[in-house]
Design a protein around this ligand. Structure first.
Ligand code: KPL
Length: 298
C-alpha cells in the first residue's frame, strides 16, 4: 500500500480518490475541514470513500506523490501552495482541462521533482460539496512532462494507474495528448454549456457541422504549433468520448448552470490566442469563447 495525496475535492479528484483507495492510502487536501466524509454514488449504490482528509496547514509529513486535479485557472496557486510540502524527489501529477504553460510550472519545481499529466474524460458530477456521482468511464492517458518524469513513467503507471483505470494509455508525447484532450474539450464543453445538454446529445446531426468546423480549426492551429493532429482521428476520438460519457453533464455545462467561472479561457481562449500569435484567426473558437464569457457574467 502506497501513500498518495490529492489536492482539492472537485469531481475528478473524488473519482480518482475512489479508485486509488481500493489499494492505497489516499489523503485529500482540502481548504478547510468542513467535510470529513465523502460519498461516492454509482447508480443506486452509495459508498463512503475510504480516505483521510487534511489541510495544507495540518500536513505533518513531506509528500512524495501528489495529484493536482484542479481547474486550469487554479493551477498556479495550487503549485505554489503545494511545493513547500513536497519531498525532494516528489512526483506531481497534473490533471486539468485546457492548456496551461508547463514551463512556468517547471520553474517552480526542484530538480528531482517529476511532473506528469493525467488526462481523463471520466465523468463525474457533484450534487453536493462532499459527494460525487459517477457518470461514465471515459478515456484516460498518462504522460511525462519533464526528463525525470520520463524515467519514472512506467513505475508510476504500474503503481497507481495500471489496475483501476481501464481504458488507459501511457503516451510518449505529452504535447500530443494535451492537444487531443483539448480537442475533446473544445468539441464538447462549450456546446453542452450553451445548450445545457448532456454530452451524448451532441452526437445529433444538427451539431455535426459545428463540431467539424471547431476541430478543423483546432487542428490547423495545432499544426502551426508543431503538433500534427489528424482531423479524422480527432473526430473519431471526440464522438467516442461523447458516447462513453453520453449521460454526463460536462464540467462547463455545470459551471455555467451554477454561475461559476468556467475553463473557457484555457480551452477555446487558448486556441484563439495561439492563432493571433501566428497572425491567424480562429473564428470558431473565438466566437464560442466570447459566448461563454458572456454567459459567465449573467
Ligand atoms: O472533460 C470533460 C469535462 O466535462 O470537463 C468531458 C470530456 C467533456 C467529460 O464530461
Amino acid at each position: 500500500m502506497s501513500q498518495v495525496y490529492i489536492l482539492g475535492c472537485g469531481a475528478v479528484g473524488l473519482l480518482l480518490a475512489e479508485k486509488l483507495a481500493k489499494e492505497h492510502s489516499v489523503t485529500l487536501i482540502t481548504r478547510n475541514l468542513s467535510y470529513q466524509a465523502f460519498l461516492f454514488v454509482q447508480g443506486k449504490e452509495q459508498t463512503h470513500l475510504d480516505i483521510k482528509v487534511t489541510t495544507l496547514d495540518q500536513l505533518s509529513e513531506k509528500i512524495h506523490t501528489c495529484i493536482i486535479p484542479v481547474k486550469a485557472y487554479q493551477i498556479e496557486q495550487a503549485i505554489s501552495d503545494i511545493t513547500p510540502h513536497l519531498s525532494d524527489n516528489a512526483n506531481l501529477i497534473l490533471s486539468h482541462n485546457g492548456m496551461h504553460d508547463l514551463l512556468s510550472i517547471q520553474t517552480q519545481l526542484a530538480p528531482k521533482h517529476a511532473l506528469f499529466f493525467f488526462s481523463t474524460s471520466m465523468g463525474g458530477m457533484k450534487p453536493t460539496p462532499n459527494s460525487v456521482i459517477f457518470k461514465g468511464h471515459g478515456l484516460s492517458q498518462l504522460g511525462a512532462c519533464n526528463q525525470i518524469a520520463k524515467k519514472r513513467l512506467n513505475t508510476l503507471y504500474q503503481t497507481w494507474f495500471a489496475t483501476h483505470f481501464d481504458p488507459i494509455e501511457v503516451v510518449d508525447d505529452i504535447n500530443l495528448i494535451r492537444w487531443q484532450k483539448l480537442c475533446v474539450n473544445i468539441a464538447i464543453n462549450p456546446l453542452t454549456a450553451l445548450y445545457q445538454c448532456q454530452n451524448g446529445a451532441l452526437r445529433a446531426p444538427k451539431y455535426a457541422r459545428k463540431v467539424l468546423n471547431l476541430l478543423n480549426e483546432t487542428c490547423e492551429i495545432a499544426r502551426l504549433e508543431g503538433v500534427e493532429l489528424q482531423l479524422s482521428e480527432e473526430l473519431t476520438r471526440v464522438y467516442h468520448v461523447m458516447t462513453l460519457t453520453a449521460k454526463n453533464t460536462s464540467s462547463m455545462a455545470q459551471d455555467i448552470k451554477l454561475n461559476r467561472r468556467s475553463e473557457i479561457d484555457a480551452i477555446c481562449g487558448f486556441v484563439a490566442t495561439m492563432a493571433k500569435r501566428h497572425s491567424r484567426q480562429a473564428p470558431q473558437n473565438e466566437r464560442l469563447w466570447q459566448q461563454i464569457k458572456q454567459k459567465e457574467q449573467v
